[in-house]
Design a protein around this ligand. Sequence first.
Ligand SMILES: Nc1ncnc2c1ncn2[C@@H]1O[C@H](COP(=O)(O)OP(=O)(O)OP(=O)(O)O)[C@@H](O)[C@H]1O
Ligand SMILES: [Mg+2]
Length: 450
Amino acid sequence: MDKPKLLVVEDDSDLRTQMRWALAQDYEVFQAEDRTSALEVLSKEKPPVVTLDLGLPPRPDGVEEGFRALGDMLEQDGLVKVIIITGQGEKDNALKAIGQGAYDFFCKPIQIEELKVVLNRAFYLSQVEHEHRELQQQRREEGFEGMLGTSSRMQEVFSSIRKVSTAEVPVLIVGESGTGKELVAGAIHRQSSRRESPFVPINCGAIPENLLESELFGHEKGAFTDAHIQRKGRFETAQGGTLFLDEIGELSLSLQVKLLRFLQEQKIERVGGREEILIDARVLAATNKDLKQAISDGKFREDLYYRLGVVTIQLPPLREREEDTLVLATALLQRYASENRKKITGFTKPAIRAIEEHNWPGNIRELENRIKRAVIMAEGSKIAPEDLELVSPYKKYERQGLKEAREALERDFIERAIAKNKGNLTQAASELGLSRPTLYELMEKLGINK
Ligand SMILES: Nc1ncnc2c1ncn2[C@@H]1O[C@H](COP(=O)(O)OP(=O)(O)OP(=O)(O)O)[C@@H](O)[C@H]1O
Ligand SMILES: [Mg+2]
């Protein structure tokens, strides 16, 4: 293994040679006699550890040049570990240097074995710091908690998740369908101190209202006809953990009241029960609806909205974070290709363009579906727009003059309307905004069979 690099900054050439001789066995030793050459070696060789004599030329009796060297080196490499070498009775300067960012100090005359202990510790710390920095950078590149995204909008979302996860407040997650709301809810739970307790998701839109109430709050035996046994609801299952109410906009007004009561008093009652049950559960909610609109339509309680949305995390639609789209597409392609054992190396240029131009109304879910399909359909080593079903509508009119293109488009339109209306020309004409005779005329002209 290579020896770690050490820079010795010392203007006394005897001392320099002596240190080099004593340390060369353990380190690759570089030397510098003044500030300028020290900075040169630092930028060229990037030694993680430096020993610095404060008295450097042009004024070897003062310390100004040494302090300047310290400042310059730290500015060049924020992680470099500088060990100040001082004469006897210069402790004050050494401490001042540490205040300005030096790692440690060492008094002359130099005891090499002692110096080695200090150096080894400095190298170790430097390595740990470099590894930590690398991990942080990787995390930034790859995303967070299974969520990919390098765009600043997603970095903001990640940082909000980190901030809110340790707080105990409810969080409202809003965003279009397929933007990752459920993923965010899971991330908040896993980042919180409740991570060892249950995460209980429930989709309020997927369960009929009469069942939802007992699903959420549980019921007592005999509470209604089918209630043969007592049953605990999701609130009780989430005890100590997190309850995720997905599609909260679908919750009926009467259940909104019950939820509000829980948020105010941390208490619930089972359906048909009289006993109040104290629940310690954090509530996260998500919706792709415009709750403000629902409030003004009288479908959502304003007081509940403010209770739930103490903190709101807004997920941007995919089309508003262009730089993420290709990152996501590439990552998903790698995942599905290896799952399907297919050797696919990337996207063709037209496919990249199609991905960038598409509007992604279904957001990441749509992207996942298109790429899953493309991996299965692709014949070559690259994904084409056809594999993604993202062929530009203009493609078939390419290499045609405007007149031919217009006729081809008209023919497509008319044929589609006729097929859709199962051959009923009156209906087809009215859908196309044409009179029946005009439709006949056009069909004649374009050679469409009746
Ligand atoms: N940032 C992301 N990186 C990677 N995958 C993601 C990301 N965001 C979402 N996904 C994936 O996209 C899909 C949709 O995400 P999710 O179910 O969380 O969306 P949603 O907002 O809850 O959608 P809906 O409103 O339709 O329920 C999931 O398969 C999820 O794993
Ligand atoms: Mg969802």
